[in-house]
Write a new protein. Sequence first.
Lengths: 708, 179, 334
Amino acid sequence: MNPDEIVAAVGESRPRIEGRLKVSGSAHYVADLPMPNLAHGWMVTAAVSRGRIRDIDATDALAQPGVLGVLDHRNTRRLNPDIAHHFGPDRSLPLLQDEVIEYAGRPIALVVAETPEQARAAAAALRVTYDAKPHDIEFSMNHPATRPASTLFGPEADTGDLEAELAGSAMVVDELYHTPEESHSAMEPHVATAWWEDGHLYAFDSNQGPFGISQVMASLFLIDPERVHIRAEHVGGGFGAKTICGAQIILAALAAEHLQRPVRVALTRRQVFLATGSRPPTEQRVRIGADADGRLRAIHHHAAFAQSPLAEYIEWCTEQARTLYAAPAIRTELSAVPLNLLPPCSMRGPGASPGSFAFESAIDEVAERLQIDPLQLRLLNQPVVSPVSGRPFSTRRLVQCLQEGARRFGWAQRDPRPRVRREGNLLVGTGVAAVAFIAGVFPSSAAITAETDGTFSVRVGATDIGTGARTALIAVAADALAVGTERVRMHIGDSDLGLAAGAGGSRGTTSCAFAITETAKALREKLGDSARPVTASVDTTPLINWQPAEERYTYSAVFAEVTVDPATGEVRVRRLLGMFAVGRVINPLLARSQLIGGMIGGLSMALHEESVRDPLTGRLVTADFAGYHISAHADVPTIEADFVADYEPQDPSGFNGLGEIGNAGTAAAIANAVWHATGTRHRTLPISLSRVIERAAAQDRPEAVSVA
Amino acid sequence: MTDDTRSEITLRVNDETYRLAVDNRRTLLDALRDDLNFTGAKKGCDHGQCGACTVLVNGQRVVSCLTLAVAADGAAVTTIEGLAGDGELRPIQEAFIRLDGFQCGFCTPGQICSAVGMLAEHAAGWPSAVTRNGSPHRAGELTEEEIRERMSGNLCRCSAYPSIVRAILEASAREAVAG
Amino acid sequence: MRAFAYQRTTQIRDALNLIAQHDGARFLAGGTNLVDLMKAGVESPARLVDIRSLALGEIGETPDGGLVLGATATNSAVAADAQVRLRYPALSQAILAGASGQLRNMATVGGNLLQRTRCAYFADPSEACNRRVPGSGCSAINGAHHNHAILDWTEHCVATHPSDMAVPLSAFDAVVRYETLDGTGEIPLSEFYLPVGNRPDRETALPDGALITAVVIPAAAVASKSRYRKVRERASYAFATVSVAAALDVQQGLVQDVRLALGGVASRPWRARLAESALRGGPATAERISAAADVEIAAAEPLRDNAYKVTLARNLIEAVLTELAADAGEESNG
């Protein structure tokens, strides 16, 4: 076929390649994969927030029918105590090694039986006693244990004379913002099936990057990484919670080794809440000084987040402050507060989502106090180069997002005064937020084989957790090979496929696309030779420029319209519109889905989500979907997400990731709309009805809002 | 001595009859998945709080995680695997693919089974919490608002909700014909 | 979950005998709550007696113009029933405001009434809970109780009753009909749920071993002008924060009959008799509606973190009664 006749696949909207499997129940997730001679492990978690296990009496449990064994710290093999994970040494990973408990929900035992029912019943018969110690879950930025966060992501910003600029400002906003502990809540609970053969560990595991997990497992079990084989073909969502090496695979591997047979550990929904990671609570102080004309002079964003004493973590809330707007002085600070909480892990839009809520609320407050249109204020303060590093942006189409979004949303018709728009008993308001999300690639490798039948087999260790990676990468490969997509066979989701970025950090697809593009180039050089099959492979590690001369971000402007019933405090989002600059879009259909999904995640964060712990015991009270509310169908209005033309020059194909930016700006846009509707600024998430009604009742008795 | 904590049951699943012995504790969801290998129905919460396990029992949508298998003895069960006949997808399945009504796909079998049950409920004139001035004797218009309310028992964390609603709406007329 | 025996029967007598003859035997209907609590280890029956094959699924009329809802009629069937929708619209609306379509297809009338509180401490056997283990204490009273009771609670329990359906049934003076081996009996819904007192584990006045066979709703003209409004933490598929079932009949400008009950505020559906008395006989003006809401809520005693529910309950009573009064005004004008 003449390459000129091949329609470029990149840029075309195409349904998911695995769509038919997914709508017919034929896509097999980890718990769907049968395994002969399978035993079932039931995880048992600590009921105290801090202390030591005094005793685990397994007598009754072991006497129950079908029970094969109980693993705890007294009979479990040693794991590598010096294991490291994403943010450095991670003492949360070596499970069942000692009596120490640093958070309620810590896995402390595994009961293994022939059937799940037997394992569950036996786990209930396990008698665990503790020597509880005083715990601390009282999060505050001013906590005595507060300390600077890890600087693994680089130093915080400090340019200009902050105090002098604040002193010289006509107006200073200085406010505190709070976001709660949240739970990722992927629909598929974490599950793994593990077995050992000839010193090799095999596992089906629900994770966001099997290659990375295989490396951690090898280090944890102190075996050659070549001997760890992890597959994650279909994954039922992750949102960050499956970027970490989960308790399910560690426990399954331990039990499989102990019993010399395959073991599945399927966490219950409750255990997912208790034991698999969370977005930590944050407290953020934002100070912004501005001249009367709206020109920003000083930006100070200090964010604190909770973490575990067991491992470092970074909730990088201060990213917006250093890149969204120009100001002569910008300072950011990031603090960590170690508490007896579930160790946090990145959750969709880590740092950016809570950070944007605080920062873009504060920007809105600047506009409010200066009586400047919040959209105009944002446009007025756009930087030409990075306000902190002074480096140029590789591409920055935020202004286009703001302007085009405003046009479609009808922003020009907006009355800027709060609490003036009413429909019956309802107050109506609109709000906007801008957001940037750092972009880039991680090292990955790919191999492509030109087969004898004319097809091309692409092997890349990508994962498709719902991102559409499988479908997107087929298009990328087809274009890079200059063939039709029907000739591309994509193999992903297996650690044996080699080094590959996981589906995280908005970089999974971009990183693997980069590897595929480079591999295709290498293969095409070999295709002149008629020998088939012929294979080329490339590892992008040496190709990645970690110190590029330009700053690389994606951008978005989100517009929201809400209604508020002041008598009940009910807030409903009626319209959401997001305009996105995310580089060249591989598949608009799937990209739009992902962005809209992210925006709904932001809606859910804004209005519903909050993990609540018992103030006395520190235990999670909201450990199910009746207590931890995520948006349901009825909460979700019509949503528009669209793209401005964009191209990322740092990527060979112009791509950037878009997995998280939809989430990141939405909560702030909604909070700003709630202010516009009610006249009350909500600086604490979620904006739940109890918060809204308390304020509404205090300042506006229902009589005053009766229908005119 | 017979073990009265186990039972012999008959399930008619997707028009095939199965006899099986179950622990009385076994849920219909686990029986479908682990005994009969119908793994399309998913265990998202095991508490009736997410809808991923939705199947049709005697034509009505239910959560199979809170249905004991033994209590379903004799019932006709339709799972996602039984919705499509002879390799032909139903209109609603086609619409889900075309309009991208899913991302990770984990909740999808439950969404689709629920939608099929929901459309039948709507056609039978059953009201919902957002049905206004509905006649008790005939179905009202199936609006997006109606679909959202009626489908709220099916959570989707990827939040494909808008596409799901559109897919159901688009397919509803043809689904009614497909029966 | 403890292993258990299972039996299904088609005769009420057989079902009652099975319960009487076996320790730890429980009736199973829709199972939406019982099976869930069995998984959590809160309930551990030794035997389940499946009553869905009993002939108790009918919805019919009483000779005096009321309705009889069979105990095993599903929530969906009751909500969709034409007579229910025409004569007791708040009942249909309340059921539809609860749970999800799937759960309503499973859940039954009797099971809905007997469902247990959704207090998270009750559902977790590792927590102290007087309702689950008498004398063990109440974790919620000083714990996370944002959505707990504001009325009628004691230091022994601050949980709320989760049923939506029971709220309008309370407003409509429904009667629970049951059967035991000794015969049949009836309990007005107003006496069906016991006050918390010092034994929150004793939830209903139903005799031991009794089977609910039906709920009878007396005829009431006012019920056709009724409405249910539920406020919750998301738009659907969540338990009530506060809900209101109200019915209002205005004749010649005067409140002829009024019914009002609240959900989500107490350990049982809260019949708002003080507000009803305040309104009955006079005009349905904004001032009188507001005063009625105030008088009912005056007794509320919020916990540390749920004072918002007092405001919410008050506002919601006012909002629903105002809507009904407006409807009545439109009717008399039109």
